[in-house]
Ligand binder design. Structure first.
Ligand SMILES: CC(=O)[C@@H](O)[C@H](O)COP(=O)(O)O
Ligand SMILES: NCC(=O)COP(=O)(O)O
Length: 237
């Protein structure tokens, strides 16, 4: 079974636009769980343009599904995650000013760095995942870091899906297969939506979890949040 983790960053973007507490992040997260989400993902960024560090602290004791915190492991992020102790931390190599995540880790170049960070999170009982492009060398390198899982960066899959889904999915299937052979769990995320999700799920038996935010929250504007989450879950069953 592949779990659906709803990324609520975009909900925080709307809240922050007016400086108040509407929509209420906590209520939305709990409603996502009530509507069937099997996890909640947040990706706090240094400028706190959407999810704030305090949101992460406030959410943790209230969530009943898997909490996944994504981000670049700078000192502040490390402190936040170690204090919050979510079910999973996903390490992403974003530059602080990146508009959104735009690349996976070079797991060969940053192997020693990742290894230390991963060891620290794991010794605190936090499952680790690292964001990688679907490249054999990067998956091999990921296994060397000691991480529990990888998250395949699906932007290229999503972009190419409508032109040639067979060829665009191929490197992802190869990467997922190798990851499983190396003992790594496989997550996926970025730009997944109601069009491209089912094909990924149906072809990737290793897929444990997807985290979806942007498209899901956009769909909810038209379909409503409960109906949208149900539709995403249906793609994964
Ligand atoms: C890691 C990843 O794939 C991102 O999609 C991310 O978690 C979303 O970040 P933003 O909401 O800041 O675009
Ligand atoms: N890890 C990916 C994620 O959490 C959401 O990405 P997106 O659906 O907002 O592109």
């Amino acid at each position: 079974m592949s779990k659906l983790s709803v990324n609520i960053n975009k909900v925080a973007t709307i809240r922050n636009a007016r400086g108040g507490n509407n929509p209420d992040i906590i209520k939305v997260a709990l409603d996502c769980e009530r509507f069937g989400a099997e996890g909640i993902t947040v990706h706090p960024r240094p400028d706190e343009r959407h999810i704030r560090y305090q949101d992460v602290i406030d959410l943790k004791p209230l969530l009943t599904t898997e909490f996944n915190i994504e981000g670049r492991p700078d000192e502040r992020f490390m402190d936040l995650v170690l204090k919050t102790k979510p079910a999973q931390v996903t390490l992403v190599p974003d530059a602080p000013d990146a508009i959104t995540s735009n690349a996976g880790w070079d797991t060969i170049r940053h192997r020693a760095y990742l290894k230390d960070i991963i060891a620290e999170f794991k010794s605190n009982g936090i499952r680790t995942s690292i964001f990688v492009d679907p490249l054999i060398d990067m998956v091999d390198g990921a296994a060397e870091t000691g991480t529990d899982r990888i998250e395949l960066y699906t932007e290229a899959y999503a972009t190419g899906y409508h032109n040639n889904k067979e060829s665009v999915i191929a490197p992802y299937l190869e990467a997922a297969k190798l990851a499983a052979e190396l003992g790594l769990g496989v997550n996926a995320g970025h730009d997944l939506d109601l069009h491209n999700l089912k094909y990924l799920k149906d072809n990737m038996p290793e897929l444990l979890e997807v985290s979806i935010g942007h498209a899901l929250i956009c769909d909810a504007l038209y379909l409503g949040l409960e109906n949208t989450i149900q539709q995403y879950l249906r793609q994964l069953r």
